[in-house]
Design a protein around this ligand. Structure first.
Ligand code: DGL
Length: 258
C-alpha cells in the first residue's frame, strides 16, 4: 500500500489534506510541510521553484504513488517542472476563480493570495481564460501566512492585517472571495466576518481544495491506483522545521472542525 504525498510551504496544505482524507479515508498520506522555509509567498520564483523541487524529492524518497502540490504559490512557479521530472500523477491546487466567474454577476471577485501568486504568469494566464477577468481583483496578502505559521487562529488577531489589505474595497459590491492560498482557509471565519462588516454583496468564499481532492480520487480510480481495502489509512507528518512545534499544530488542525 503506497501513500499519497502532499506538500506545502508549511501548514496551509493541511487544509487540503483534511479534505482528501474525508474523500479517500482508506488511503494513507504523507504530509511534508517546508515550515523552515515558509513563507514562500515573498520569495523569487526561482527560489520557490528550487524549494518545491526539494519537497517533491523528499516525497519521492518516501515511495509515494501520487503527489499533490497543496500550495498555490508552488503550483504557480514549479508545477510544469515537477511534472517533467516525476512520472507519477501530480495534482495541484490553484486559485478557484473559475466557479464564481462562471456564475457571473455585477459584483467583484476578490482573489486573496501571496504576493508571488498574484504576479505569476501562470495565474494571469488562468485569469485571462475567465469570462470577465476585469471582475477579478487580486489582493496580495504578504504577512498573513507568517501569522498562521505561528499557530495563531483567533479571528480577532487578524483584524488589523485584514484591514490593511482590504480597506481599499470598503463599501464595494463583492460577489465572491477566493482564498488563493491554502493557509487562508484556516482564517476563513475572520475573512468572512471582515467582509460582512465592510462589503456589500454575498461575499461567497471559495477555495480550490474540494475540487483538487475530487480530482485526486478520480485520477486514482482511472489509473486503478485506489486503495481498495476497508481499513482506514494513516497520515504521517514530516516537516523541515521544528518537529515538536509543528506536529502539535498539525494535530490540532487535523482534529479541528472548520
Ligand atoms: N500555502 C501557500 C499557498 O497556497 C503559500 C503560503 C506561503 O508560504 O507564503 O500559496
Amino acid at each position: 500500500m503506497k501513500p499519497i504525498g502532499v506538500f506545502d510551504s508549511g501548514l496551509g496544505g493541511v487544509s487540503f489534506l483534511r479534505e482528501a482524507v474525508k474523500k479517500l479515508p482508506n488511503e494513507s498520506f504523507i504530509y511534508y510541510g517546508d515550515n523552515k522555509n515558509a513563507p514562500y509567498g515573498d520569495k523569487s520564483e526561482e527560489e520557490i521553484e528550487r524549494l518545491a523541487l526539494g519537497c517533491t524529492e523528499f516525497l519521492m524518497e518516501k515511495g509515494v504513488k501520487a503527489i499533490v502540490v497543496a500550495c498555490n504559490t508552488a503550483t504557480g512557479s514549479a508545477i510544469n517542472l515537477i511534472r517533467e521530472r516525476v512520472e507519477l500523477p501530480v495534482l495541484s491546487v490553484e486559485p478557484a476563480i473559475k466557479p464564481p466567474s462562471d456564475i457571473g454577476g455585477q459584483g467583484k471577485i476578490l482573489m486573496l493570495a501571496t504576493a508571488a501568486t498574484t504576479k505569476m504568469a501562470r495565474y494571469h494566464e488562468l485569469k485571462s481564460r475567465m469570462k470577465e477577468p476585469s471582475r477579478i481583483i487580486d489582493v496580495p496578502c504578504s504577512g498573513i501566512a507568517d501569522i498562521i505559521e505561528n499557530g495563531v487562529f483567533d479571528p480577532k488577531a487578524y483584524e488589523t492585517i485584514l484591514d490593511e489589505k482590504l480597506s481599499g474595497y470598503k463599501g464595494m459590491e463583492i460577489d465572491a472571495i477566493v482564498l488563493g492560498c491554502t493557509h487562508y482557509i484556516f482564517i476563513s471565519e475572520a475573512i468572512s466576518e471582515y467582509a460582512a462588516r465592510n462589503f456589500k454583496g454575498s461575499c461567497t468564499i471559495y477555495d480550490g481544495n474540494e475540487g483538487t481532492a475530487r480530482r485526486l480520487r478520480h485520477v486514482l480510480e482511472e489509473k486503478n491506483m485506489r486503495e481498495l481495502g476497508s481499513e482506514r489509512g494513516s497520515v504521517t507528518f514530516y516537516t523541515s522545521g521544528d518537529y515538536e512545534k509543528y506536529k502539535r499544530i498539525f494535530d490540532m488542525l487535523m482534529a479541528r472542525q472548520y
